[in-house]
Design a protein. Structure first.
Length: 118
C-alpha cells in the first residue's frame, strides 16, 4: 500500500497526480493500493476531485496520520504535508518514503519505487 499524503484542496498538481495514478494499470496488476490522504474536509477537496475526474476516495486526516508518518512541514505550507508517498509492506512496515517538492512524481516511477521494494 502507498499512502499519498499531499497538500489537498487547492493543489491542482496534487489532484492531477492522483488522476494519473488511477490511469496506471500497473498498480492494480501489482496489487498495490494508493490511498490519498489530505488535511481537508470532504467539502473542501471534492471540487478538486471533480475537476480532475478522480474517483479514488480520499482519506481525511486531522493531522494525526500525517504526523505519525512525519510528512508535515515537507511542502510549501507550514503545518501541512507536501507531496509525499509512504510505502507500507504486507506486514505493516514502512519500507520507503519520498517527498517531492516539485509536486510531481511520474506514476511509472512511483510504481517502480514500490515494486522494487516489495
Amino acid at each position: 500500500m502507498i499512502l499519498y499524503v499531499n497538500e489537498g484542496a487547492g493543489c491542482g498538481s496534487c489532484t492531477q497526480q492522483m488522476a494519473l495514478i488511477e490511469q496506471e494499470p500497473g498498480f492494480a496488476a501489482a496489487g498495490i493500493t494508493v490511498l490519498p490522504i489530505v488535511m481537508n474536509t470532504a467539502a473542501q477537496i471534492q471540487p478538486d476531485l471533480d475537476r480532475f475526474g478522480v474517483t479514488t476516495p480520499y482519506l481525511l486526516d486531522d493531522g494525526t496520520v500525517s504526523k505519525a508518518y512525519d510528512t508535515l512541514d515537507k511542502g510549501m505550507h507550514p503545518g501541512l504535508p507536501g507531496h509525499g508517498f509512504v510505502l507500507i509492506d504486507a506486514d505493516g512496515n514502512q519500507v520507503w518514503e519520498g517527498n517531492y517538492p516539485s509536486m510531481w512524481l511520474d506514476p511509472a516511477e512511483l510504481l517502480n519505487e514500490a515494486t522494487s521494494r516489495l
